[in-house]
Design a protein around this ligand. Sequence first.
Ligand code: ATP
Ligand code: ZN
Length: 302
Amino acid sequence: MDMQTNFLDRLFDAGLLIETGVDGLYGRSGEFEDVIAAFERLIDRFGGQDGAEAMRFPPGMNRAYFETSGYMKSFPQLAGTVHSFCGNDHDHMSLLKCMEVGEDWTKEQEATDIVLTPAACYPLYPTVARRGALPMTGKLFDLQSYCFRHEPSKDPARQQLFRMREYVCMGTEQHVTDFRQSWMDRGVEMMKLLGLTVEIDVANDPFFGRAGKMMANNQRDQNLKFELLIPITSVAKPTACMSFNYHQDAFGTKWGLNLEDGAVAHTACVGFGLERIALALFHTHGLSTSDWQEDIRKILWG
Ligand code: ATP
Ligand code: ZN
């Protein structure tokens, strides 16, 4: 049995994750949620004084915004759309018949106006664009959302529905690159405080297909994405638990985000993979929080 399946089974046995019959779709125990809540308070301790505006969106977003975002160009393999039954009595009868005889009943489902949110920051850009120009001093936002990605896996650190806490910064190039650097430093400091082994490395998004390879290389060459890696199921291949993304003015141009002087805003976002961080803690310190070292418990629970 490989390390990923082994760790997943141990998490099920300990009751921390709850099986649903679908890979990457799990319930969480109270103890697991308690770790995430405590870690989010630690994030607040580090970032709470920065004056970020908090917003919480549900895990679904406006399909029209999703289309504008260009997600289907880059990551069609990961997207999840919400479809519903929109038929009449007759259609209903045939749907039930299909179910009864074990035929595909989903074919007649129609796309709704909602798609599942792929990253916590996606609903933010059009929301901020509607408000008008951004101040020259920039703006900072604090987000958290369940996100969906169609990537079923036996690796407990690769889930289909998971939470991302994000800070998103909009402003001048200098402002947003300083923001990104400060969170790389803070991220390392936070993980070290928690007794986790960390490294930071340049990274790329999983762009789809042949054209995607070029986009991934380009992203790496320009140092646009960094990840903070922590061993969860492998020391040789540690898992990305945070990511630090600089979008240059790409999102500013796409969404019409401008500064007060008319220049296109630059943007950057910093994402915490909350389940992955909880899993890194359980992997490192053991499957029962009551057995964790006192100094680690103190940082999380005071
Ligand atoms: P990976 O390279 O592992 O697929 P990513 O580069 O696609 O991750 P981002 O798009 O940068 O990840 O997402 C931000 C953060 O969300 C990641 O750093 C990670 O901690 C977390 N994350 C991403 N995908 C998943 C997933 N499938 N399950 C759990 N957490 C995830
Ligand atoms: Zn983001």
